[in-house]
Design a protein around this ligand. Structure first.
Ligand code: TYM
Length: 341
């Protein structure tokens, strides 16, 4: 199917954009919630995937001396997970300066009240004495990321839905003021793993909460992290029957264990035939087995940094070309001198 993209051009496949911060590791939360989905979508859509280093400098974990290394590690993790550079455009956000320029241009149509209302801004700013404007403006940069490529769809986890709603609002306002229909209103793609809970059993899995399992963790590290993980609080003794549906370990089995094992886990939990440690042991083994090929590929890629740089270089060159086309249209419609016909 051909989709109109403006200026009389047509696109064969719907375009997808998504981003991931290099501030944290690739853990089973963002891997299940986003990256696995990215890998599936690369077969059916035109995909742009971005390592968002400009976003990462707003976070508490930002260390200038580690940013470059973490960016490369994230690229390795994504490629090892199956992101195929022959099918997608994989690049680093700061390698395409148009992201920052479009963000500035979108500032003028973004309502301050909407930014202040964002849950993530409220949560993060609460912990700070002095709030940097970057934390507030973070969703405008996200909108710029997506709109720069006029992406129609955005695969994300639950925590980014509100930011995406704001991106749609920004697109609507810009279109209304400058050029009707120029930016598509990007729609979310949400998978089953929209909110993977961390090992503490109550918060979203995220590096900043220290409740993660990294996709490159060794089998021993996986076991050490799973062993103390929270389970159904009703199971104090091994003989106490449990309710698998309220246990995060059971939910993780659903992503890593074969269907018959998942059924067995539920039965053995309800009937108190297994203790929580037995259940975790099976999960640890299945998790380690699932992640082993990714660890292997990551080790190979880490040994060939030039290859990774080449992929990111090619990705940035393509992204710059696409971004340049959009930005030319934006400047033109906004009336800047020397940019129109
Ligand atoms: P980030 O880096 O926090 O997370 C990357 C993606 O992983 C999803 N995710 C999860 N999904 C399920 N369960 C979890 N525990 C979990 N943790 C993370 C996130 O929802 C996200 O889809 N601001 C964004 C990055 C970004 C972006 C964009 C995304 C920048 N520009 C444009 C989409 C479009 C972020 O910090 O994601």
């Amino acid at each position: 199917m051909l989709l109109p993209v403006g200026w009389g051009m047509f696109r064969a496949m719907a375009r997808i954009f998504s981003g991931i911060q290099p501030s944290g590791e690739l853990h089973i939360g963002n891997w299940l919630g986003a990256v696995q989905r990215w890998v599936e979508l690369q077969r059916t859509h035109e995909c742009l995937y971005c390592i968002v280093d400009l976003h990462a400098i707003t976070g508490a974990g930002y260390e200038p001396s580690r940013l470059a290394e973490r960016t490369r590690e994230m690229a390795v993790g994504l490629l090892a997970s199956g992101i195929d550079p022959d099918r997608v455009t994989l690049f680093v956000q700061s390698h395409v300066p148009a992201h920052s320029e479009l963000m500035w241009l979108l500032n003028v149509v973004t309502p301050l009240g909407e930014l202040e209302r964002m849950t993530q801004f409220k949560d993060k700013s609460q912990e700070l004495e002095s709030i940097p404007a970057g934390l507030l403006n973070y969703p405008i940069l996200m909108a710029a990321d997506i709109l720069l490529y006029r992406a129609e769809q955005v695969p994300v986890g639950d925590d980014q839905i509100q930011h995406l709603e704001l991106a749609r609002e920004i697109a609507r306002r810009w279109n209304a003021q400058f050029s009707d229909g120029f930016f598509p209103e990007p729609q979310p793609i949400i998978g089953e793993a929209r909110r993977i809970v961390g090992l503490d059993g109550d918060a979203k899995m995220s590096k900043s909460r220290g409740n993660t399992i990294g996709i490159l963790d060794s089998p021993e590290e996986i076991w050490q992290k799973l062993r103390p993980a929270r389970t159904d609080p009703a199971r104090v003794k091994r003989t106490d029957p449990g309710t698998p549906e309220i246990c995060n370990i059971y939910h993780l089995h659903r992503y890593f264990s074969p269907l018959d094992t998942v059924t067995l886990v539920a039965e053995n939990c309800r009937g108190a035939k297994w203790g929580c440690l037995d259940c975790k042991r099976v999960l640890a083994d299945n998790m380690a087995r699932t992640l082993a090929p990714i660890r292997e590929r990551a080790a190979e890629l880490a040994a060939t940094p030039r290859l990774v740089d080449e992929v990111l270089g090619d990705g940035a060159a393509r992204a710059r070309r696409l971004a340049g086309e959009t930005l030319a249209g934006v400047r033109d419609h906004m009336g800047f001198y020397g940019h129109g016909d």
